[in-house]
Design a protein around this ligand. Sequence first.
Ligand SMILES: CC(C)(COP(=O)(O)OP(=O)(O)OC[C@H]1O[C@@H](n2cnc3c(N)ncnc32)[C@H](O)[C@@H]1OP(=O)(O)O)[C@@H](O)C(=O)NCCC(=O)NCCS
Length: 178
Amino acid sequence: MKLRHHTKNDSRAIVQLFESVFANSEGESEGTLIGRLAIDLFEKTDECDLLNFVAEIDGQIIGSIFFSRLRFVDCIQAFLLAPVAVHSDHQRKGVGQALIRHGLNALRDEGASVALTYGDPEFYSKVGFRAISHETVMAPFELSQPEGWLGQSLVGNSIETLSGECTCVEAFREPAYW
Ligand SMILES: CC(C)(COP(=O)(O)OP(=O)(O)OC[C@H]1O[C@@H](n2cnc3c(N)ncnc32)[C@H](O)[C@@H]1OP(=O)(O)O)[C@@H](O)C(=O)NCCC(=O)NCCS
């Protein structure tokens, strides 16, 4: 398996992957919603605010992950991990965790100091994420499941309190994602 940055030629296959994986796991409407999110992330985000990586086997994309910038009053380099998807035929073989670790290392190399995500604490704790409170790091929108707000420091042991509001990239400015 090869892990690499996406190229422009991959965008269509990546969108289709997110659509089909989320449709299979959570139903058609979720597939459509997350497929739309992937399109918006590619089309509406400045290059310097977005990272996408793919996992490839024999030239076929079987997994993908997005990281997009979060802005705080403190000028800290923070990124949101979301969404991530692994093709149904390849799940539970370590691909998701490998993609996440690869992405976090790339963020660290680029000088990012904090990674945040919103999802299943059991899964994300395997790759270093811990629950964080709204007081430590504010989320960009009100969270329907606050226990899913997770983070990790990329430079030290724990996340220091970040003051003030948090702004996400345009593609995520939709309450349905939160
Ligand atoms: C979640 C996902 C990205 C994980 O990728 P993966 O390659 O299957 O995961 P890995 O093999 O690296 O890690 C396996 C571990 O992840 C957890 N895990 C994987 N799929 C899970 C699921 N559907 N529910 C809960 N935990 C899950 C389990 O702890 C599992 O360990 P186990 O097999 O020992 O029980 C993948 O299953 C997926 O694409 N799911 C559908 C889309 C999704 O939910 N994305 C995440 C939200 S953005």
